[in-house]
Design a protein. Structure first.
Length: 149
């Protein structure tokens, strides 16, 4: 899928899986989100998270990697105007395996630039036991097939 025309509302795109390691959690948190419950098991246990947990931003980065591997790097997206909604629904712990899926929520041509359009995607990520951990809506710009750019 690399053109706007390749997407249909309701279409589902499987993102694959990734497993989170303790080292991943500690390295990401050390650099980007050094809150104690992301860096220390005791602090994690004492927190509302109930254990050493990955940063929500780490979960987002893992989701982005899954989206790139399954979709964006297989096509030619032109960019994105951003994320409209992001929810962290459950903590992600070392050892969790995450599975992602995208659902196409909207497809529309640009009013001002007829050579491109917008695909609104809803990313859903869950643990292997079915626990939902992340929900995110984003819009991606794709070229229209056959249009001059």
């Amino acid at each position: 899928m690399k053109y706007l025309d390749d997407f249909t509302i309701g279409q589902s795109i499987q993102l694959g899986t990734t497993t989170v390691t303790k080292q991943d959690v500690l390295e990401f948190a050390s650099e980007f989100d050094p809150q104690p419950f992301h860096l220390d098991e005791e602090a994690g246990l004492a927190s509302m998270l109930g254990g050493l947990a990955a940063s929500g931003w780490h979960s987002c980065a893992l989701t982005m990697r899954l989206m790139c591997d399954a979709l964006f790097l297989k096509g030619e997206p032109l960019g994105s105007p951003g994320v409209e909604k992001l929810r962290w629904m459950a903590p992600v712990f070392p050892g969790d395996t995450l599975t992602g899926k995208l659902v196409v929520e909207n497809v529309r041509k640009s009013n001002s630039k007829p050579d491109r359009g917008f695909v609104t995607l809803c990313a859903n990520v869950e643990k292997s036991d079915g626990t939902k951990v992340l929900n995110m809506n984003c819009t991606v710009i794709y070229p229209v097939q056959g249009a001059d750019r």
